[in-house]
Write a protein that binds this ligand. Sequence first.
Ligand SMILES: NC(=O)c1ccc[n+]([C@@H]2O[C@H](COP(=O)([O-])OP(=O)(O)OC[C@H]3O[C@@H](n4cnc5c(N)ncnc54)[C@H](O)[C@@H]3O)[C@@H](O)[C@H]2O)c1
Length: 261
Amino acid sequence: MSGLLSGKIAVITGGGGAMGGAQSSLFASEDASVCVADVNLEKAEDRSNLIIKNGGKALPYQLDVRDESEWAQLVKKVENEFGPINILCNNAGANFRVSFEEQTLEMWNQIIEVGLTGSFLGIKAVVPSMKKAGNGVILNMGSLASIRPGGGSPGYAAQKMGMLGINRSAAASFAKYNIRSVIISPGHVDTPFLRENNPHSPNGWDTSIDNPENFNKRKDGTPLGRLMVPDDLAQAFLFAASGNASMITGSMITVDGGAAL
Ligand SMILES: NC(=O)c1ccc[n+]([C@@H]2O[C@H](COP(=O)([O-])OP(=O)(O)OC[C@H]3O[C@@H](n4cnc5c(N)ncnc54)[C@H](O)[C@@H]3O)[C@@H](O)[C@H]2O)c1
């Protein structure tokens, strides 16, 4: 541990998931106190228990990022347990990998509400706490779809392009309070989001990377020659959250093994 986040308090949405979980563990290992927030409480508790077992500070919290009143309660709870919040990671996301014609309004709404509205509500809820702290960093989860959305899921294209807008809007609005906002865009990361048949990200054999054809397509589309693992991204989140990135705001950091080239 180098204590890069000593004394910092972080809220990590999708913290029970693969990338949010890796961020939670890495941030805690750098001495941050971490609220592991996820709609799936069991997964948030598993991650928190792991962190605590390793000597870190963690608080599991059941949060549906779409619910404004849950956000208000989360902020109160974190402030009581740890103090004012310094870092927010907006990871929670959803996708339905179907074509424009096949995407229903219900699918579209879920993608936009979890990814885009959830991030908007999170920023609104947490910024007053960051103002109390006198500093803050908002980290937003982008995607290759924030760079070159193609002919797949239209909701995902709109959500991940929309994150660019929220990120820049937050950066411009809150710089005067010493609050930065950065979007980090991964390429293909080996996580349940691409493998499993989750309610927030359903996959069948036609889309899952359990199917070697899909796995190899993503691997071959990555010039550095492998799918990424969640820790590849967590390292970039740590850098962006730390004082080493103190003059970086409004920008995007791409971590994709060259996939967007
Ligand atoms: N895996 C990839 O290749 C990849 C690439 C680019 C971007 N992303 C993005 O990364 C983010 C995290 O994905 P991951 O790969 O770690 O997948 P994951 O499925 O492991 O994690 C997603 C987490 O979000 C939680 N979640 C879903 N809906 C929620 C809600 N309404 N409120 C709170 N939490 C909710 C889930 O319970 C899950 O724990 C998503 O925004 C996704 O779009 C993933």
